[in-house]
Design a protein around this ligand. Structure first.
Ligand code: AMP
Length: 275
């Protein structure tokens, strides 16, 4: 990658990195479209990063489909794929990590305590290896996008971060490489995540402000109707990622949730306008 990067023009051409863990779907490919709109050359990394998986999580069974990923990526206009092996990324005992405090320990961080440390570390490594001008992340992982932006600001990475909208299936389920784990029955029930977010959206649009009440209704929709096991349903101020219980004077709140269907843990979120 470094040899390739050395030969890429340093002046003029904008180079964009799209970091992924592969098992590509239309959500990932929409990031490529965004990358192509903003940049001249697109590098996609495909790497299932072990340090962002906790013990007992799905690192071992995470889908790895490099051949078809490479085809999809190049058909969509990716110029280079960087798909390193673990022995390249972590060749010896790894002792240096990048951590964004506070926001990494709430929501996803509460249920996956070492997750964001692994994410920020690998993204920092990818930025140093690829030296992109721009990087595109998905709003699907809203907390991750917020944390990456904070890392870039606080550590002066010279990379512009673009966040692309969530791509969904017809019934509203956010596309995810993990959706393949769902049984047909779970897959059908998982649509409730989107409907619960739409419910919150219309509640706030109609003037409700009490987020505790809205959360209780969402919880009932998810746990009552679908049997999904809720890790969290939360609302944050999108500017600070601080939890809010009342929409009060905010113009927008970000609703986030994580729910397990059987062994499969899904996350989703939606930006909600406050009337
Ligand atoms: P992953 O391969 O799951 O690590 O995701 C790689 C990138 O794709 C991340 O920036 C994700 O937020 C983004 N992404 C994943 N799913 C979607 C989706 N449904 N819509 C938009 N972006 C997505």
């Amino acid at each position: 990658m470094r040899e390739v990067r050395e030969e890429l023009p340093r002046n003029g051409a904008r180079i964009c990195l799209v970091p992924t863990m592969g098992a590509l779907h239309q959500g990932h490919l929409s990031l490529v479209d965004m990358a192509k709109r903003t940049s001249d050359l697109v590098v996609m990394s495909i790497y299932v990063n072990p340090t962002q998986f906790g013990r007992g999580e799905d690192f071992g069974k995470y889908p790895r489909t490099l051949e078809s990923d490479a085809r999809l990526a190049s058909e969509r206009g990716v110029d280079f794929i960087f798909a390193p092996a673990d022995t390249e990324m972590y060749p010896e005992e790894h002792l240096a990590f990048v951590e964004v405090e506070k926001v990494s320990s709430i929501l996803e961080g509460e249920f996956r305590p070492t997750h964001f440390k692994g994410v920020t570390t690998v993204v920092a490594k990818l930025f140093n290896i690829v030296e992109p001008h721009v990087a595109v992340f998905g709003q699907k992982d809203a907390q991750q996008a917020f944390i990456i932006k904070k890392m870039v600001r606080d550590l002066n990475f010279d990379v512009e971060i673009i966040v692309a909208p969530i791509v969904r299936e017809k019934d509203g389920l956010a596309m995810s490489s993990r959706n393949v784990y769902l049984s047909p029955e779970e897959r059908e029930k998982a649509a409730v995540l989107y409907s619960s977010l739409k419910y919150a959206e219309s509640s706030l649009a109609s003037g409700k402000k009490n987020l505790r009440d809205i959360r209780a209704e969402m919880t009932e929709m998810i746990a009552g109707g679908s049997g999904g096991k809720i890790d969290y349903v939360s609302f944050v101020n999108p500017a600070s990622f601080e939890k809010v219980e009342d929409a009060g004077s905010l113009d927008e709140v970000l609703a986030l949730l994580a729910v397990r269907f059987g062994q499969t843990r899904l996350i989703d979120n939606m930006m909600l306008k406050v009337k």
